[in-house]
Design a protein around this ligand. Structure first.
Ligand SMILES: *Cc1c(COP(=O)(O)O)cnc(C)c1O
Length: 375
């Protein structure tokens, strides 16, 4: 591909910080760079506590433990998401209950959530697809009325807002991803945001193999011991050093991505007007972060032709998410609530276009190739 679908952006300071860590022998986690990243994440999100993890998957697994999810419990989530959203809860013995998505944002349809609640429901997991927020007021209200925890899969949501509030801080817990395909990256990486202060101390313990090591280092206890279940969820200091270079530039990164996003959006307005495609819909309450630019084609056949036409011009355009309810593991471990019609239909129509810093120079070719498939 001469124009790949994704190309990780380097800010230029990653190796500088990694060499500082190397020079000092800072290798294990929670050193200077982890602390800088925690402070920055807490500053930009206002979260009570931010904890780096080695992935968003790990942050979701921590959230499932913190929510006391166990065998027989049910957790409501969309089927149109990455596998980690569901796996985190299946690992605790719970059953994901899939609810259909909204046709406009492709997010969990809040109007269908209440019908999926049973006496076993423990939590709702909204996924902010493409960094566009779910209808959080409605979801939080449902959760409050039924005594459920809200855990946000904000993997794609760093730097995005709902009614001015940062994604990842609206529920009790929120999970970010810094995977190399996201906006701000460290290869593999993530963070858990803890908004409920009652959960912060246990979050630290679970992340540190079930020990009270963090309290020990703060001098709050005089010995460090095994106090709860947990695992090794923290990243190495080398990864945190890389991430620090990225977080320092995160506002610029998201702003530059937004310009690319907007250029696609303007260029494809005529295609939408002619009825060939549907462009992303951003509700007025949402300030997104230009994580993704996608188009919805008429049907699967048109999408297949579109991807092949771009590929013939060496341009990487991709689709994603085999809906979890139709995957082998989804059928084994989860169940659906109601119809999955919107999920099935939209997932067959969606195609993502290259969106990375540097694509600007070639964006005109992508736009031209896309427009040409409809002439
Ligand atoms: C990327 C992503 C994840 C997983 O993130 P990792 O950091 O790779 O574990 C989970 N959920 C969603 C919605 C994602 O987009």
């Amino acid at each position: 591909m001469s124009i790949p679908f994704n190309k990780p952006h380097m800010t230029g300071r990653e190796l500088f910080y990694i060499s500082e860590a190397h020079h000092h022998g800072w290798l294990a986690g929670d050193g200077k760079f982890s602390k800088l990243c925690h402070a920055k994440l807490e500053e930009v999100t206002g979260a009570a506590k931010a904890l780096l993890t080695h992935s968003c998957t790990a942050a979701l697994e921590m959230a499932a433990i913190l929510a006391d999810i166990g065998p027989g419990d049910e957790v409501i989530m969309p089927s149109y998401t990455f596998v980690s959203t569901a796996n985190a809860f299946v690992l605790r013995g719970a059953t994901p209950v899939f609810v259909d998505i909204r046709p406009d944002t492709l997010n969990l349809d809040e109007r269908l959530v209440e019908a999926a609640i049973t006496s076993r429901t423990k939590a709702i997991v909204p996924v902010h697809y493409a960094g566009v927020a779910c209808e959080m007021d409605a979801l939080l209200d449902i959760a409050r009325r039924h005594g459920l925890m809200v855990i946000e899969d904000a993997a794609q949501g760093y730097g995005a807002f709902y009614k001015g509030r940062p994604l990842g801080t609206l529920g009790a817990l929120g999970a970010f991803s810094f995977h190399e395909t996201k906006n701000v990256i460290s290869g593999e990486g993530g963070a858990l945001l803890v908004q409920d202060p009652a959960l912060t101390e246990r979050a630290e313990i679970i992340r540190e193999k079930g020990t009270n090591r963090s309290r020990f280092f703060r001098g709050q206890v005089d010995k460090y011991t095994w106090v709860d279940i947990g695992s090794s969820f923290l990243p190495s200091e080398l990864v945190a050093a890389f991430l620090w270079a990225q977080l320092q530039e995160s506002e610029r990164i998201n702003a530059e991505r937004m310009a690319i996003w907007q250029r696609y959006h303007d260029a494809f307005a005529p295609l939408e007007a002619a009825g060939h495609v549907r462009r992303p819909i951003i509700p007025a309450d949402c300030a997104h972060n230009a994580h993704m630019y996608y188009l919805l084609m008429e049907d699967l056949e048109q999408r297949t032709r579109f991807i092949a036409a771009l590929k013939a011009r060496q341009i990487g355009a991709v689709f994603h998410y085999v809906p979890l309810h139709s995957s082998p593991a989804g059928q084994r471990f989860a169940r659906v609530s109601g119809s999955m019609d919107v999920t099935d239909r939209q997932s067959e129509r969606l195609v993502r276009l290259p969106l990375w810093l540097g694509v600007e120079a070639e964006q005109e070719s992508v736009i031209e190739a896309a427009l040409a498939t409809f002439r």
